[in-house]
Design a protein around this ligand. Sequence first.
Ligand SMILES: Cc1cc2nc3c(=O)[nH]c(=O)nc-3n(C[C@H](O)[C@H](O)[C@H](O)COP(=O)(O)OP(=O)(O)OC[C@H]3O[C@@H](n4cnc5c(N)ncnc54)[C@H](O)[C@@H]3O)c2cc1C
Length: 691
Amino acid sequence: MAASPRQSVLDALTDVDMPKRHPTRRAQRSIEADGISLPVYACDALVLGSGAAGFRAAIELKRHGIDVIVATQNLYGGTSACSGSDKQTLHTAATGRHGDDFIALAAALGAGGAMDEDTAYVEAVGSLRALSSLQYLGLPVPLDRLGAVLRYQTDHDEAGRATSCGPRTSRLMVKVLAEESARLGVPVLNRCVGAKILMTNNAPKRVVGLLAFHAADRTAQNPLGLAVIRCDDLVIAAGGPGELYRDSVYPKHCFGALGLALEAGVEAINLTESQFGIGTPRDGFPWNLSGTYAQCLPYIYSVDTDGIERNFLGDYYRTTQELASNIFRKGYQWPFHASRMLDFGSSLVDLAIFRETRMGRKVLMDFNRNPEPAPGDAPFSLDRLDADVRAYLENNGALLDLPIERLARMNPLSIELYRRYKKDITHDPLEFAVNNQHMNGGIAVDIWGRSSLEGCYAIGEAAGTHGVTRPGGAALNAGQVMGQRCAEHIRACKRTEPSDDALPTEMVRAAVQGITSGLHDDGLDWRDVAREVQARMSEDAGFVCSAKGVRKALEGARKLNGDIRSRGLRQDRANQAERCLQWRQMAFASEAVLTSLDAYLSRGGGSRGARAICDPDGLDVPITRTGPLEAFRFRAERKQDQCEKIAIRYENGAFTCSFPRIRRHDHSQAAYFERDWAEFLTGAIYASGGR
Ligand SMILES: Cc1cc2nc3c(=O)[nH]c(=O)nc-3n(C[C@H](O)[C@H](O)[C@H](O)COP(=O)(O)OP(=O)(O)OC[C@H]3O[C@@H](n4cnc5c(N)ncnc54)[C@H](O)[C@@H]3O)c2cc1C
């Protein structure tokens, strides 16, 4: 067994310092609108968001000679900089042994259905370049002595294609990308929140800029700090709508730009699909409890209001071996999946936790105690585990007495991480729950990241590329691959004639009025809107829901949006205008999610990755040691839904849904060098995007 890493090594991987200095950009001129003089910034391409995806797009654009600005709500906010897990995962084609098969990797990425096959292949082949360029920039990807990347098996991954730099992989990615961005001189407008996409009136509409709140431009004359950023291309890299659910493991204030895009009539896709799994909640230190946190086999229990402790998993699993082995499997079957509630599978753990928390009990994970036995069965023993579980611990030298010893052996960084946030898991148990973690859907894009609006691209979590399931780490990979591809496309399609810098005053005035007219002294309080949206989404549209509950939630969401339109929102201080707008957009996005979900369920859509759809007429029922849980009888997944996506658009004052088939990719159509070279040389490859 290798010696333990030095403390300084652990520190560098858990306490990641970010580059402080980025160039900024001055406003070019100003424009008068609605009695305000707004500063106007200008660039060829505007990247909205400074996570791993946004910085990747920015540096690729800059390298292609495009004048790019990054505008962001919070320079090192968002999930990439602030989220992680025991060893946060990056999923790329494996380099070790015999190398990988891109077709097999693409099939794995899209295995849950509702994912375009061309996009899956793009993410598969692009992953090598994404990873090696991150290594080139200094990402400390772990290697063996022959130079192959160290890998392990993660969620929805039969081949073991995951790698990690520790709990903070994505923050380390942001760090190296931000360093490169600063080195290349990419200007950053920090504290800058997208308010409205500016676009031409005539069809096909095209992006011409963005109206934004920019804190640095707040003056007595412009109290909201409104600014215009003129651009030819807009890359939305604003992450997911993390504020949508109350029960959530997103860091605070992740709003994303889904509402912004939907308000502009941009098409979104698969808004029904999200990931839910176990993690510590966001009012403390939000973090995923996947990987070794579960694989070290901690004791999971609940405590009621009288302080009585319950080994509740003992009501679900038949033997201690089954109970312990399913705790272990939460390590690499982390996201909830309805079908895994059957046959005493690992998602029965999620359901059990859900039921405990609904009964008002706290659920905890104790690393100093082994799992308690199932009633009437033998005590926990390392000799009584499923063969794969025992082999994993054995191979990792972790057949040790206590969970904390096994965790320290397998992943000391995971202990270090919580210690930094004042949680010493070597002594104290951790409270946790099943939380919303990721949106697999988002803005609909083609294989270059182009949305339905000309000149508008979406990448990273903002883009809806994942379908129903995604292997752990595929989100970070997708952001890198598409960040690079959208930049290439923007470069290839760059107009040769200089763009018209003048923006029609009327367009800007209408956009400003669209913001200011929604703010009223007697409007709704944005905090109430926040509470209502989050409670509704967690109560009626979480990972356990029903068609009836979703319909009720949709009616509530429509009413709320009607009230917001008629009464507006109240800003107590000028600097709250952007919060009001973000909650207006979030309420709008929640209606879009519920509309998509309602449309899917109305056609008979079944349970799948994101959700179990409870239905008394459902064919499946979770069985526990003490019998079936009839209240959780659920609809089975329908095969035909895997071949379709759920598209949604806001047009003429209403949302409309459609169900396009997924784009197929014929892998038998091999590329031939001489035949296909010309398509590259002439730029013909950029003409077709699959949309
Ligand atoms: C706890 C947790 C663990 C995870 N673990 C993994 C994992 O192991 N592997 C994996 O692949 N994925 C994982 N994910 C998902 C992954 O972290 C995200 O999908 C990814 O980081 C998103 O990157 P991004 O660049 O698209 O967005 P983000 O990193 O969220 O960045 C968004 C940026 O946009 C800015 N912004 C937001 N809204 C606006 C706006 N309206 N105007 C201007 N700026 C705006 C934000 O300030 C931020 O800078 C995890 C997520 C969570 C929450």
